[in-house]
Design a protein around this ligand. Structure first.
Ligand code: SAH
Length: 377
C-alpha cells in the first residue's frame, strides 16, 4: 500500500496528512467526507477544499486511489460482475446483486428485512460481494479462485475502494439505500486480517454501512475466528463447513489438516454472538461426494447446540473443477434432514452463473482465456 492514497486512510492518518500539508485540522473531515461519502475520483474533484490546498496535496503526490472498473459483465438475473483493476496491473472481481443474494432473507437480521427501499429501481436492497485478496492460498478443490493461486493481499483502501467504485457506478448511497456486504469474493479474508478489519471499520464508520449488514466468510482460519469475536466492530460470521468428517474435509479443503473440524467447531461454539445473531455455515453440495443423507445427519449432529443456520450451495461448476452439481431433489432432501433435526437450512440460489459470477466462480475471465458463454435460463 502506498501512503499517498487517501482511500484506506483512517481518521488519524487523515489528521497527520493535513498537518503535514499545513492545513487547518478541519480539512481532515472534509477530505474523509469527499473520499468515503461523496466518493470522488480525484483530489481535483474535492470542491469543498480551496484550490490552493488541492494543489499542495497534488504536488505532494496525494491521490484518491479509487480503483478502476475495467470490465462489467451483466447477467440475465441482474447480477453484475465487475473486474476491478489496481495500478500494479492486478485485478479482482466484485459482484453487485440487486435484491440480495437470497441467503439473508427471512433470517430476522437487518440484512434480510423487508423494505420500501428502492422499488423504483427494481430492488429494495442490494448485496455487494467483495474480494479480500488477489487469488487465494487456501486451495479448496471445488473453487475456481483457488486455481489462480495466491497473488497478493489487498490493502484496506483496495477493499473499501471496490465498494466505493460499485456504489459510484450504481449511483447509490448508504445508509439511505440498503446495501449489504458479503466478504465472500476472491481470497480468504482471515489471511489478510488486519487490512480486512481496517476496511470494515472504514465501511461502517465512514461509508455508513451497518455492521449488521455485513458478513465475512472464512474457510476456517481458526485463530482469527477468536480474534474476530473480540473486535468492537465486526461483521457477522460465516464458516465454510463443506464436509462433516475430517477425512473428507481435508480432501476438499486442505487447510483442514491444520485446523480440523473439532478445532473449527470449538471456535464456533466459543464465538460471542450478539443479540439476534447466528453463525452461518456454508455447505457446498458436491454430487455423490458430500450430499448423502448420511452427511446431512452428520452435519446436524456436529451443529447441535450451536445458534446457527446452514446455507446450502449446489456446486457452481467451472473449467478445471472435477465435481458435479447435485440434482435439485438431492439438495432439497439434504435441507429437509437438517430442518427436521432442528437446524435452520436455506438453499442459496446461484446468482449470475451465466457470467461466472456465482460462488467459487470468480476468476479473471482474461485468465480463463475467453468470455463466459451465456447459458440458457
Ligand atoms: N475464502 C472464504 C470466502 C470466499 S468463498 C471462504 O472460503 O469462506 C465463499 C463461499 O463460496 C464459500 O462458502 C465456498 O465454500 C463457496 N464456494 C467456493 N467454490 C464454490 C463453487 N464452485 N460452487 C459453490 N460454492 C462455492
Amino acid at each position: 500500500m502506498s501512503d499517498n492514497l487517501l482511500l484506506g486512510m483512517d481518521r488519524a492518518e487523515f489528521a497527520s496528512l493535513v498537518e503535514n500539508a499545513g492545513g487547518p485540522a478541519y480539512r481532515a473531515r472534509q477530505l474523509m467526507d469527499a473520499v468515503y461519502r461523496a466518493r470522488v475520483e480525484s483530489v481535483e474533484q474535492i470542491s469543498t477544499l480551496p484550490q490552493q490546498f488541492r494543489m499542495s496535496l497534488q504536488s505532494a503526490g496525494v491521490m484518491v486511489g479509487l480503483p478502476q472498473i475495467e470490465k462489467k459483465f451483466v447477467s440475465q438475473d441482474g447480477t453484475i460482475r465487475y473486474l476491478i483493476g489496481f495500478p500494479d496491473g492486478q485485478s479482482v472481481e466484485t459482484v453487485w446483486m440487486p435484491q440480495g443474494d437470497g441467503g439473508e432473507a427471512g433470517d430476522g437480521s437487518a440484512a434480510g428485512d423487508a423494505a420500501a427501499g428502492n422499488a423504483a429501481r427494481g430492488w429494495d436492497r442490494a448485496t455487494i460481494c467483495v474480494s479480500s485478496q488477489v487469488g487465494c492460498a487456501v486451495d479448496c478443490q471445488f473453487c475456481l479462485t483457488a486455481l489462480l493461486g495466491a497473488k497478493r493481499n489487498l490493502s484496506a483502501g483496495e477493499i473499501v475502494g471496490q465498494v466505493c467504485a460499485v456504489l459510484r457506478d450504481q449511483n447509490v448511497a448508504p445508509p439511505q439505500d440498503r446495501i449489504n456486504l458479503v466478504f465472500m469474493g476472491m481470497g480468504e479474508p482471515f489471511l489478510n486480517y488486519d487490512n480486512f478489519m481496517k476496511a470494515v471499520r472504514l465501511l461502517v464508520e465512514e461509508v455508513r454501512i451497518a455492521e449488521s449488514r455485513m458478513t465475512v466468510s472464512t474457510a476456517g482460519i481458526v485463530p482469527r475466528i477468536y480474534d474476530l469475536g473480540r473486535e468492537p466492530i465486526r461483521p457477522k460470521l460465516a464458516i465454510s463447513l463443506n464436509a462433516t468428517n475430517d477425512e473428507l474435509r481435508t480432501r476438499l479443503m486442505p487447510l483442514n489438516r491444520k485446523w480440523n473440524l473439532e478445532m473449527l467447531l470449538a471456535a464456533a461454539k466459543a464465538y460471542p454472538l450478539r443479540n439476534r445473531e447466528y453463525v452461518t455455515f456454508e455447505y457446498v453440495l458436491l454430487g455423490g461426494v458430500n450430499d448423502e443423507p448420511e452427511n446431512a445427519r452428520e452435519a446436524a449432529e456436529l451443529l447441535r447446540g450451536l445458534r446457527c443456520k446452514v446455507n446450502l450451495i449446489a456446486l457452481n461448476p467451472g473449467p478445471g473443477i472435477d465435481f458435479t452439481t447435485p440434482a435439485e431433489e438431492r439438495v432439497a432432501a439434504f435441507q429437509k434432514i437438517l430442518r427436521e433435526a432442528g437446524v435452520p437450512a436455506f438453499v442459496r440460489r446461484p446468482r449470475g452463473r451465466d457470467i461466472y459470477a456465482a460462488c467459487g466462480q470468480l476468476k479473471r475471465t482474461v485468465e480463463i482465456g475467453a468470455a463466459p458463454e451465456p447459458q440458457p435460463r
